[in-house]
Design a protein around this ligand. Structure first.
Ligand code: NAD
Length: 464
């Protein structure tokens, strides 16, 4: 891709619910990025020289500011990505919960570790920061996926170039403002404003690590590009997450309601949204009835309205992806139980859509939908369910609903996915590694692994 060396345009920020322009922002180009990169490099050693406790107190202040300013921040987020206002508040509160876990565990996992202490010999691991890292991020949960990266990176003494998605840039700028208000020295955290070309320009620079959240297609390109730099490159990518309902669940209606939320929360625009459902034939019909009743009960509409559950899609282009999946499924013999098309009028709305009689060769069962659509298939036993669940290039999460924990774990153990769920779905815990396998990514954020992902361990062999 050709990198612009001078500014040629402003970026329009569009409200996906109304299609109105909220504002326009000047995009960064190679020379403005270079200035930011130089500033990050100068400031990083000073930041790394502060004690961990000093850095922790700044991050704690940032979390307090998120709480104090939650209403204004949620409004900005809803206006630019279209998620219902309550879901924006939930996201910010979720980010604060993750920060709390990181602060509670930073000393335990980032401090020096004495591995051997005997007369005449001490062996210690010190966790040194990578240096100046680049975080290219996604729009669907900008606070959550953002804090997975820039909070542990800052805690461990790195400086951060943060490129928010072009669909969540106003939120990225709010984050920068609050970090500075909390006491992060200005040059230590910089926002790169822009879309694909700005991201590509960042790949031309020599950061000490690249941390990417986004699609498989972009992630693969970034991984290839960064390989020759010989620095860490972590990828959190998409999924086609399967869910199986076995024949021993006790309350099929409750399972249908809970799993419908797992598929459609945030309009299905979650990396770990349930994307494929397999139901044992014993409960198939009951499950469908309860599932469709639940889906039809939701209100679609303006995301600022209190009772809206389904807002607009963030990106207009996703509508044609979903339409294509519906046409492909119907052509191959699926049945449409509800939804199936875009909603006419202003805004990027798509009807919540449920397809049955699907097969695994349909796009809706193979390609990441990232929207309000689900395919539900009948299976005869665990063996068939497992075979269907395995049939994917992705490996982010997988879920089994059954009364029997051992039965669930036996299935989950055979799936090549980073997270396994028993009687739950579409969930992330700060205490556990968040990691994808195969097309879903490389490396892990969150947990102790995620805290240390932004460090280089150095082994000290101390004799004397
Ligand atoms: P995307 O790949 O389109 O864009 C992600 C980021 O990459 C954006 O900031 C974009 O500007 C930048 N970018 C695009 N092209 C680039 C290039 N050539 N060089 C450098 N940067 C470039 O993804 P998206 O639409 O923002 O996010 C949706 C995807 O992210 C979905 O697949 C979703 O599943 C995934 N996701 C994964 C996780 C996870 O934790 N695994 C979390 C959230 C989202």
């Amino acid at each position: 891709m050709k990198i612009r060396s001078k500014k040629i345009r402003n970026m329009q920020i569009i409200n996906p619910a109304t299609e109105e322009t909220i504002t326009s922002l000047e995009e960064d180009y190679s020379s403005t990025l270079q200035l930011k990169f130089d500033a990050l490099n100068q400031a990083q050693p000073i930041w790394a020289n502060k004690t961990l406790q000093e850095r922790m107190s700044v991050i704690a202040k940032f979390s307090d500011l998120l709480e104090a300013e939650i209403e204004a921040l949620a409004l900005v987020l809803t206006n630019e990505v279209g998620k219902p206002l309550q879901q924006s508040r939930n996201e910010i509160n979720g980010a604060r919960a993750r920060i709390k876990w990181m602060l509670s565990n930073a000393e335990k996992y980032l401090s020096d570790e004495v591995m051997v202490d005997e007369p005449g010999l001490k062996e210690i691991i010190k966790y040194e920061p990578l240096g100046v890292i680049c975080n290219i991020s996604a729009w669907n949960y900008p606070y959550l996926v953002g804090v997975n990266v820039f909070i542990p990176a800052l805690l461990s003494g790195n400086a951060v170039m943060y490129k928010p998605s072009e669909y969540a840039t106003l939120t990225g700028l709010q984050i920068e403002k609050l970090l500075k208000k909390a006491g992060i020295p200005a040059p230590v955290f910089q926002v790169a404003v822009g879309a694909k070309e700005t991201g590509a320009a960042l790949l031309e620079m020599n950061f000490d690590g690249y941390f990417f959240t986004g699609s498989y297609k972009t992630g693969k390109l970034i991984y290839e590009k960064v390989a020759s730099k010989m620095v860490p490159c972590q990828l959190e990518l998409g999924g086609k997450d399967p869910l199986y309902v076995a024949d021993d669940v006790t309350d099929i209606a409750a399972v249908a309601v809970g799993t419908a939320d797992g598929a459609f929360y945030n309009n299905g625009q979650s990396c770990c949204a349930v994307e494929r459902i397999y139901v044992h034939e014993k409960y198939y019909q009951d499950y469908l009835t309860a599932f469709v009743t639940e889906v039809k009960s939701w209100k679609s509409g303006l995301p600022l309205a209190n009772d809206t559950y389904i807002g607009p899609l963030t990106r207009k282009e996703q509508i044609s992806v979903l339409e294509n999946q519906v046409v492909d499924a119907l052509n191959k013999g699926a049945k449409l139980l509800t939804g199936g098309k875009a909603i006419e009028g202003k805004g990027y709305y798509f009807e919540p859509t449920v397809l049955t009689d699907v097969t695994n060769d349909m796009l809706v069962m193979q390609e990441e939908s990232f929207g309000p659509i689900i395919g539900i298939m009948k299976v005869k036993d665990d063996t068939e369910a497992l075979m269907m669940m395995k049939d994917t290039d992705y490996g982010l999460t997988a879920s089994v609903y059954t009364a029997n924990q051992a039965r669930a774990e036996k299935i989950l153990a055979q799936l090549d996915a980073g997270s396994g769920y028993w009687n739950c779905c579409d969930r992330v815990s700060a205490a556990l590694p968040w990691s994808g396998r195969k097309y879903s990514g490389i490396g892990a954020t969150l947990s102790h692994q995620g805290l240390r992902a932004f460090t280089k361990p150095k082994g000290y062999h101390l004799r004397g």
